[in-house]
Each structure stands twice: as structure tokens, then as C-alpha cells.
Design a protein around this ligand. Sequence first.
Ligand SMILES: [Zn+2]
Length: 326
Amino acid sequence: MRPASLSLDLDNLWTYMKTAGIAGWETFPSYLDLVTPRILDRLDHHGLKITFFIVGQDAALKENRQALRRIAEAGHEIANHSFHHEPWLSRSSREAMSAEIAQAEDAIGDATGQRTIGFRGPSFCLSTPLLETLCERGYEYDASTLPTFLGPLARAYYFTRSDLSAEERKKRSLLFGSLADGLRPINPYEWNLSTGRMVEIPVTTTPLIRAPFHLTYLSFLATHSGAIATAYWKAALSACRLFGVQPSVLLHPLDFLGCDDLHILSRFPGMRLPSARKLAIIDMVLSDLAKGHRVMTMREHAHELRRGRLHDRTPSFEADSATLAT
Ligand SMILES: [Zn+2]
């Protein structure tokens, strides 16, 4: 069977509130005790081991420790999703980037007992200095690219549902990426950096049309029609098979939560669905993926890819020429 990787960005309640400018995020409200057992239960049901990208700030808080420890004890890979979950991390100074990555590593290591060797930038933010920093710190793979033309559209949708000031919007000007991201490869490749080499595993989008098909999009479609969401998923997976793409599928906690669990995020895509509907979509996706693939963690996928032949790529990003004063 063909390989596929599965990962989950463990974005906590406060990260959504922070990105959308909802007051109260500063006390780091958490739903990890609610959602983590539910996620682990569904993964266990389908016999899957995946990669959890964890935010350092959550790992640093004692009240989240037990939930995070359970993920590691269940045999999943733990990876780095930054400390502060700031989408403008890619435009920070090198010193700030290095400190951010190290701070997250330390907090996550303390909470889970695992040393992280994989990274995904908040809201898919990435730049050449960020890749070089990760490589210097011994990271083996990055997973921060989403090759789609829909990034600016997702950003516009997001802004219409947020309470952000003009200044906050400016900071988020690269949120979910630029049009140029649509031209990036869908298949994994290797970054050729001044500090070494590192595998890139993009979040898979549908070959040719480059439309994302991770669960956020499926839930959004399911708000209108469950049948369309299922057909869209199956068509995307068939296209991957046809074009020889090894899928790397992305999950989020909101894929496991419904309007009966949370009201504060009702403006987010798919959050008007009840949790039973969300879990039915998750079960369909996980069983479908497991049926036709050897589903593995990102670390295992990176190791397997490295044993084959990977194309080389020299990095170039819009964020490279837009460093923010920090
Ligand atoms: Zn995130």
C-alpha cells in the first residue's frame, strides 16, 4: 500500500481567539481536557499513530500537562508548532526566531518527554531564515507549506469574521499565504539551505486544481451538504492516486468539536455543525485513508521519503523581504 502521513495542529481555544482578535485570549483559555481524549479515542479506534504539532505556550501551562502527556504516552509523534502561535513569526529577526523555536522545544520536551524534529509554522507561515534556523537546530522536516491559490481568499473570509484593527490586519497580511504559494510543489521535496538540507512535506492539496481538502474545508462544505463533502474528499484522494501523490492530511481540534461543545467560535468554518456530524466526517475520512494507505507519522514519512529520491529546491518566500521590527 502507498504511504500517507497524518498530522494534527493542536491549536488551542486561545489561538483561534488571538488570531481573530477575540478578547480574553490573554489568559490562554483551553479546551485540551475536552478535545484531547476525544481525538485519542478516534485515532485509537482506527488504529492510527499520527503527529501532533503542539504550541509551546500550552505545554508551559501546568493545567495542560496531563492532556499533552497522554498524547505522547499513546505513542504519537510530538512536533513543534512554535511557542506563541504568531503568524508573523516568519518575518521576525533571526534571534527572535531562534529563541521562539528553542522556547517551544523546551516547554514541549518538559511536558511530553519528546524532542521535536518536525515543525509547522502557525497559519502556514514560512521564510528562508526560519528554515535555516530549524535546520541549524537539527530539525529533519518542515510541514508549513500549503500549495494552493486559495490562501488570500481564506484570509479575506477570515477578516470578514474577525474584530481586527487595521494595524492587526497589517500584521496578518500574509495569513494563510499568498497567490504564489499555489505554484509550490504538492509532492514532498528537499530544501537546499545554506545551513544544510531538510525534507519538506507539504499539506496535500488536490493535484491540478490545488484546492485544499483538509477537514476544515470538508466541514465547511458539510455545513451545506454532507454528500458534497464526502464526494469532494473521495475525488481529492482519487486525484492523488492518479498523479502519484502520497497524501499528507491535516487535522485540527475543531474537526472533533461541534456547536454543542463551543459557542465562542461559531463564526469559524464548520462550527455550526453538531459534534456528532463532525465525528461522522472524521470517521469517514480516517477509515477511507487507512483502507488504501499505510498511514504513518510525519517523522516516519520524512524518513521513508529520504530513502528514495527527492527533488531539490532553493527556498524563496514573500516573507523573506518583509522582516518586522521586533
Ligand atoms: Zn496552528
